[in-house]
Ligand binder design. Structure first.
Ligand SMILES: O=C(CO)COP(=O)(O)O
Length: 254
């Protein structure tokens, strides 16, 4: 079975109510391929999730950008998986490199979060990726394998997981990975899943690319055999996000 193309828009810590309404309006008016061809998920900051969800067309889903590692309670400032479920938020982004780097989220902590979010019925966009220093020292695969293993060790099923490969050096820098660089890591990750989880999980799990994806570079990246979609930051706040969603048809016709 073919893997359905997946395009996520990570709005990060941006926006006002007015701006959110504007982006939603652009998305609602866009002509995009059907849900059979592409799964589209946008991830506003927590506080805008209800408004975005209530205004968005039904074929575009929403994701939170994070959630607490276990059941809610006395954890000031945190948002629990249960709360997201209560609000009918189907997806959550976990392990984003900005949180790993700036908030010291370890591989193990991210693995625990993925396990707990899945146990509550959320679907997870799990992010991994190496820094420039790690790439230059030749440890890219060791780094992303360790990040993936910390997740694989904790979960029983990959059915509700999308793996997002986001090289840190490509995020917000305008320095996109070349199609060959992205394909190389995605293929290695699929091989890692085949050898360490199962052939079926390797075949069915979507591995999406993130890092300076834009309307100009998305088609060539989408044409790579193991690139099953994108997690888009900056460009997901702009109308060119529509072009990125449309790059799903490159895959369809391949
Ligand atoms: O971090 C990203 C998506 O999660 C990528 O961000 P940019 O697309 O802005 O590089």
């Amino acid at each position: 079975m073919a893997r359905k193309f997946f395009v996520g828009g990570n709005w990060k810590c941006n926006g006002t109510t007015e701006e959110v309404k504007k982006i939603v309006n652009v998305l609602n008016q866009a002509e995009i391929p059907s849900e059979d061809v592409v799964e589209v998920v946008v991830s506003p900051p927590y506080v805008f999730l209800p408004v975005a969800k209530s205004l968005l067309r039904s074929d575009i889903k929403v994701a939170a950008q994070n959630c607490w590692v276990r059941k809610g309670g006395a954890f000031t400032g945190e948002i629990s998986a249960e709360m997201l479920v209560n609000l009918d938020i189907p997806w959550v982004v976990l392990g984003h490199s900005e949180r790993r780097a700036l908030l010291n989220e370890s591989n193990e902590f991210v693995g625990d979060k993925v396990e707990y979010a899945l146990s509550q019925g959320l679907k997870v966009i799990a992010c991994i990726g190496e820094t420039l220093e790690q790439r230059e020292s030749g440890s890219t695969m060791a780094v992303v394998a360790a990040q993936t293993k910390a997740i694989a060790d904790k979960i029983k099923s990959w059915d509700n997981v999308v793996l997002a490969y986001e090289p840190v050096w490509a995020i917000g820098t305008g320095k996109v990975a070349s199609p060959a660089q992205a394909q190389e890591v995605h293929a290695e990750l699929r091989k890692w899943l085949a050898e360490n989880v199962s052939a079926e999980v390797a075949q069915t799990t979507r591995i999406i690319y993130g890092g300076s994806v834009n309307g100009g570079n998305c088609k060539e990246l989408a044409g790579q055999a193991d690139v099953d979609g994108f997690l888009v930051g900056g460009a997901s706040l702009k109308p060119e996000f529509i072009d990125i969603i449309k790059s799903a048809t490159v895959k369809k016709s391949a």
